[in-house]
Write a protein that binds this ligand. Structure first.
Ligand SMILES: Cc1cc2nc3c(=O)[nH]c(=O)nc-3n(C[C@H](O)[C@H](O)[C@H](O)COP(=O)(O)OP(=O)(O)OC[C@H]3O[C@@H](n4cnc5c(N)ncnc54)[C@H](O)[C@@H]3O)c2cc1C
Length: 359
């Protein structure tokens, strides 16, 4: 099959990779450069939803987080680069009795829901965490992993090219129609179009899926010069602290539904201060980078995956929002199946129809 992918973010690249592994002739059209959207970031938490009230979405995410290790090992082997993937686990400080009670119940549930493959346990506060942050200890889970988003996008792009994908940077797509795309480069016909153009992609599909407000949620993050190798990631009070493999630590993130410009600003200072209070080892660590990106959000929080109404052979995988990296390879595989009408399975809340019906 001849496939046109719109957007070289992590979802477009994962779709391109899955298709090329099946022998498709894949071209990725990217308006800017590889990973220039939300996927060029620095945080990269691959963390599970809580192990209780199980549903198809939690199962899909669990399966995806489980299979991510093999996927990224294969990608890095093919590209010869490093995605920064590592299953380092996560700690979440406990401050309230009620949170501790819930954690105890979830520890019990995780034994069956996580099939004995990973643990969710209560532990004493590790030295990494400030005493006042975790008066009741921490939850430690062994399923969480991290990746370095910008590196992962580069590694996956290189692996795509090694497998025969053409990636055309500075090739903005202006419109989509049945079986084709158009831009300054002319019209390109394909057996399938996969639209994965991040938050801007919603404008392109507006004639078929009415445009909603807040397609883009701004997030800001910082990269610090601190080596916490061997430590788990920390999630506390909405802030992530991610020890990367390269001697840096990422801190994130703000979540801004209304914003005027896509650059970092003073809102990031509060996140950095909060992270330093939670992990005192970061107190004097220099800030290497301040970064902001726009998370693509569909009509609801969940991804929106499927054929676009009224168009033939045009599909979308959009709305990666806050969990894009954990689901990328699984949804890439779904796209490869969907476009050739093979069986696939996604939660109902991921379908285009569900989003259009208002969730
Ligand atoms: C601060 C911050 C922290 C985050 N932390 C995490 C985290 O810890 N874990 C996690 O999993 N996720 C996290 N995310 C979310 C994650 O980055 C996104 O879910 C993911 O990168 C989205 O990937 P995407 O491919 O859908 O979109 P994007 O990466 O935005 O890619 C879309 C691409 O399409 C291109 N494009 C747009 N319009 C056109 C056009 N007309 N023609 C051609 N190309 C076009 C863009 O240039 C862009 O390269 C975070 C995001 C932010 C901002």
């Amino acid at each position: 099959m001849r496939i046109s992918v719109v957007g070289a973010g992590i979802w477009g690249l994962a779709s391109a990779y899955a298709c090329t592994l099946r022998g498709d002739e894949v071209t990725v059209f990217e308006a800017g450069t590889i990973g220039c959207g939300a996927s060029g970031g620095i945080v990269g938490a691959l963390a599970p939803l809580v192990p209780d009230q199980w549903n198809p979405k939690k199962q899909f995410q669990f399966d995806s987080l489980h299979s991510a290790a093999n996927f990224w090992a294969e990608v890095d082997k093919t590209s010869g680069q490093r995605s920064g993937y590592g299953r380092i686990g996560r700690v979440q400080p406990l401050q309230r009795e009620r949170a501790k009670e819930l954690a105890v119940a979830r520890a019990e549930e995780s034994r069956t829901l996580w099939q004995g493959k990973y643990q969710w346990t209560l532990q004493p506060r590790p030295d990494l965490i400030a005493p006042e942050t975790a008066p009741l200890g921490v939850i430690h889970d062994t399923l969480s992993a991290r990746i370095f988003p910008a590196q992962a996008a580069r590694s996956l792009a290189k692996a795509c090219v090694a497998r025969g994908v053409s990636i055309l940077e500075h090739h903005p797509v202006e419109s989509i129609s049945s079986g084709g795309i158009s831009g300054a480069f002319g019209r390109v016909n394909s057996d399938a179009v996969i639209l994965s153009a991040g938050y801007e992609g919603f404008r392109m599909m507006a004639p078929y899926v009415p445009l909603h407000e807040n397609t883009g949620v701004k997030g800001q993050a910082a990269l610090l010069d601190a080596d916490l190798a061997g430590q788990p990631q920390v999630y506390a009070g909405g802030v992530y602290v991610i020890p990367h493999a390269n001697g840096t630590v990422a801190i994130g993130s703000t979540s801004e539904t209304s914003w005027d410009y896509p650059e970092p600003d003073e809102k990031l200072d509060a996140v950095i201060a909060q992270a330093r209070a939670i992990v005192p080892a970061l107190a004097g660590a220099p800030v290497l980078q301040r970064w902001a990106g726009i998370r693509p959000k569909a009509r609801r929080r969940d991804p929106m995956v499927g054929k676009l109404p009224e168009l033939d052979h045009v599909f979308t995988v959009s709305g990666a929002f806050k969990i894009g990296f954990g689901l990328a390879h699984s949804l890439g595989e779904v796209m490869a199946r969907m476009i050739r009408d093979e069986p696939y399975s996604i939660p109902e809340s991921f379908t285009v129809e569900w989003h259009m019906a208002g969730g």
